[in-house]
Write a protein that binds this ligand. Sequence first.
Ligand code: GLN
Length: 239
Amino acid sequence: MPPLTITIGVLALQGGVVEHIALLNRASASYPSVTFHFLEVRTPEQLSLCDALIIPGGESTTMAIVARRLGLLEPLREFVKINNKPVWGTCAGLVMLAEEASATKQGGQELIGGLDVRVLRNKFGTQVQSFVADLNLDFLGEGEGPFRGVFIRAPVVEEVIDGNGRVKVLGTVKKPGEEEDIVAVRQGNVFGTSFHPELTGDVRVHAWWLGNVVEALGQGGEGKGLVMGKGKGDAGKVY
Ligand code: GLN
C-alpha cells in the first residue's frame, strides 16, 4: 500500500498565510504515516494541485477582489461546492465560505459559498475591540481544556439558512451582557471558524482538521476507506 500523500493549499492572496502553514507543519507530526505538502495558492493551477484548502483571515472584501482578478473565484467555488474538497476558512475565510453575508461593503461583495449560513461581518466592532476568549470546543475531545479563541474584527454566524440540519454548530462564544454567538460551524467538508487558531500556537484545531482531511480523502480518494481513526493522534495511519 503506497503511503497517503496529501497536498494542502493555503489561499495566499492576503492575510495570515505563513501562520497557518507553520501550524499545519506542527500538526502534521500527529500523522506520521501521511506525507503532507503545504502550498501557497495564488493561481488556478496551484489550486488544482490541492486536495484541501485553508482560506485564512484577512479582509474578505480584498480577498474577493483579488480572487476575481486572478481568475480564482470560479475555481474556488468549484473546489468547494462541486468537487467537495475539504476546506477550512478562518475569520475572513469564514465570510468567504458563507452563502450569505450581512454588513458587507457597500454594493455587496462576492463570496465563494459552501456553508448554508449567513454571517454578520465585524460583529464585535473594530480592530481595537479585538479580544481573546476561552472556548469549549467539544470536537477537540474530552478533557482537553478550553481553546484560546482570538477574535479580530471577527464575523459570527447570525443565521443557519439550511433547514435540513446539515450545518453543525461546533462552537459558540458569549461575551458578558451579550447573546451567545456561533463561532464555529461545519457542513460536510466545509469548516469555518470566526477565530484564529493559527495565532495561538495551540495546534489542536489544525490537528483535528488534518484528521478530517485524512478521513475525507481516505474514504473518497486515494486511501479507499482504509484510513482509520477519529482525527487525533494516530488517526492518520493508513492500514
Ligand atoms: N472583518 C474581516 C472581514 O470581514 C475579517 C477579519 C479577519 O479575518 N481577522 O473580512
